[in-house]
Each structure stands twice: as C-alpha cells, then as structure tokens.
Ligand binder design. Structure first.
Ligand code: SF4
Length: 375
C-alpha cells in the first residue's frame, strides 16, 4: 500500500480558467439568494484519536506523541450506545491524519488490541457504529485509493477539508499538510464513488484569489465525479495554539456567496453555526448547518458549543424556511426507493453505497416514511 502523498494532484494541472477566477472574485452576497431550507445531521462526534502526523498552526485538536489519546473499543461502544439513545443517526469519526505514523504508543496500543494499523481499527469502529444503527461519516485526512476502497463498504460518506489550494505558513513544518495531496485524496474518492464533504478554512493566510481558485478546484473535481455533497465555509477561530483573529463576517459572507456561485445547486453550502454569526450569513446561499451533536462537544473547536436544536428551529423560523434533519449521505446517492423525496431526478446507482449501508438507511427510515422530520 503506497503512502498517501505518493500521488498528488496540483491545482495548476486542473483546467481552471482565468476568466472564471475573475468572475468569482466579482461575486458579492447580493448576487445570490437565500436557500429555501436548512438541513442538519444529528450526530455523535467520536474523536477516535488525537494523534496526528501533522501539526497545523491553527489546530488545537492534536496532541504530541506520548500525550495523544485513543478511544478504546469499550469506550467506543459505550458512546455509540449513548448516541442511539439520543436518536442520533450519524457516527462522526474525526481524528488526526495517519495517527500511527510516528506515535509509537498509539501503534503499540493498537497492536495490543489486535489491530495491524489505525486503518484496520477505523474499519472495525465503523462496523461497530453500524451494529448500533448509526451511519458512519469519517474524516480520516489523506488516504490512498486502496485505503478508501477497503473503507467504503462500511461508511455512508467521507470528508476532508481542502482548506486552501495555497501553500500557507499555517501548514508549515517538515511534516506539512499538502494541498496537492489533499486534492488527490478528493479526486480519488470521486473515482471510487464515495459521497464526499470538503470545504475552505478561512483566515489561515490565503488571499481572495486563492479562495476563488480553491472553490473552482472543488467544482472541477465535482464536475468530474459528482461526489461532492457539501462544501463548508469555515472561519478559523482563535485557540491556545492560534492567536490570530477570526476572519470578519463580511469575509465569510462574500466567500459563502462565491461558493454558492461556484458549485452547482445539488452541492450544499454549509456554514457551521457554532463558529459564525450564522444569522448574518443565511442570505448568502447557506442551506446546511452540518453535523450538530446533542451529546458531544465539537472537539476540533472545543470553546465553541453546538447550538441547541431548539435554537436551530428558531433560526429557521426567523429565516422563514423549514429545518430538516438529514442523513450523512444525501438523497441523490440513494436508490430512488430510499430517497426522502421521489421528486428528485437521480441517476443514483448502488455503486455509491454498500448493501450494508443501504440496509441501515432502510432501517432508520421505513419505506413508508418519505417526508423528513422537522424538529
Ligand atoms: S488540522 Fe487536522 S491535519 Fe492539521 S494537525 Fe489538526 S488534526 Fe492534524
């Protein structure tokens, strides 16, 4: 199995026209309309390990070798049980990139539990989530195509933030995250027909032009494969490792509008409500609030609590749109008989999702209940 990064996709190799960049840079919030609904997924956030081979300057999530934690199988089962009782549908597995790469303690612990690698443990963790009736959405960082292929039968969807196509100092260091590697991961997921979430991290040193190029790069990968389900517009927030301020609301508003113009309508534009003044962004084309957990913290942004579901309802009411709970995989990736709305024109085939995942969705949403619940 080759190492992630052995293959890269450089942004300069994507067919992004200068006129498209200039056109996107002209976009302002007044050029887009507010969405006609807001969606969210009810999840449990499972920080499988805080080990990571990288050390991004803005990240408060990772722990240094020797200090990193890893959820044991019994801890995991206990949390999955809690999630089931709280009526969550998504098991969100977020953790550092290639955690057993340089963390010998993590590797030894996995060995003790009978796993050859963190990847093997992840697959088992997803199977456990399915046992508890939850749909796994994984954020594994960069993966090889071979790794994604083995993971695919056990997941509903996958995510990895592009963040930016620019080489920024926030990624600096001898083990820096590479935009070309991340583009390759997103492209490979598309070739494997894995429903995928990605997005931009604003305020880490990128320029307006680089924001436009990043959005157009995502749009190009979606044009090739049709696999992007949501694009996040996420502002960086200060923490114990990152003392720079968040980007202004105006920057979030303009970038959100640019995303809405850059991506086709089938791709949701997501802004996290715990990291932004979400009310002031709703007119910029936001139609998704992402995963919200009623039982766990946002471990990547621990100072920023999720809003209560009641607050989401108020938000939607003030915007005069319905608030709909969704699965971590979108309707268009499901066979017609499992979609929440039969009005959708879908070319979906079974190749997006395994039989195991489809069975799980069938169990979560009986066939006679096509209307999504409004909380
Ligand atoms: S942002 Fe992700 S890749 Fe970077 S250090 Fe944190 S966990 Fe690792």
């Amino acid at each position: 199995m080759s190492r992630p990064g052995a293959s890269c996709l450089h942004v300069d190799d994507l067919p992004i026209a200068e006129s498209d960049i200039q056109g996107l840079l002209e976009v302002r919030p007044d050029d887009v309309s507010a969405a006609d609904q807001l969606t969210f997924a009810k999840n449990i956030f499972l920080p499988l390990t805080t080990a990571c081979r990288y050390s991004c300057g803005y990240c408060t999530f990772f722990d240094a070798p020797g200090n990193a934690s890893i959820l044991s199988p019994s801890e995991l089962r206990s949390q999955l049980e809690t999630a089931t009782q709280a009526n969550c549908t998504e098991a969100l597995f977020t953790f550092g990139d290639r955690p057993d790469d340089r963390y010998t303690k993590i590797f030894s612990q996995l060995d003790e539990w009978g796993y050859n690698s963190f990847h093997d443990y992840l697959i088992d963790a997803c199977k456990m989530a399915l046992e508890y009736g939850l749909l796994p959405h994984v954020n594994p960082g960069d993966q090889t195509a071979a790794e994604m292929q083995t993971l695919k039968p056990t997941i509903a969807s996958m995510g990895a933030m592009l963040e930016t196509t620019a080489d920024v100092t926030a990624h600096s260091g001898h083990r820096s995250k590479s935009p070309a590697q991340r583009l390759h991961t997103i492209d490979a997921a598309g070739r494997l027909q894995i429903p995928f979430t990605t997005g931009l991290l604003l305020g880490i040193g990128e320029s307006w032009r680089e924001r436009a190029v990043s959005l157009l790069a995502i749009a190009e990968l979606h044009r090739r494969h049709g696999h992007i389900q949501e694009v996040l517009i996420q502002p960086v927030v200060p923490n114990n490792r990152w003392q720079q301020p968040s980007p202004s609301v105006d920057i979030v508003r303009r970038t959100t509008a640019m995303a809405r113009v850059a991506l086709p309508q089938e791709v949701s534009i997501q802004v996290p409500p715990n990291l932004t003044d979400i009310e002031s962004v709703l007119d910029c084309g936001v139609d998704d609030l992402g995963g919200i957990s009623p039982i766990t913290d946002d471990y990547v942004n621990p100072d920023h609590e999720w809003p209560e579901l009641e607050n989401l309802r108020s938000l939607a009411q003030s915007a005069q749109v319905p608030l709909l709970e969704r699965f971590p995989v979108r309707d268009r990736f499901l066979p017609t008989e499992l979609q929440t709305s039969r009005l959708l024109d879908s070319d979906s085939t079974a190749s997006w999702l395994s039989g195991q995942i489809l069975t799980q969705i069938k169990d979560l949403r009986p066939l006679d209940s096509y209307i999504p619940e409004t909380v």
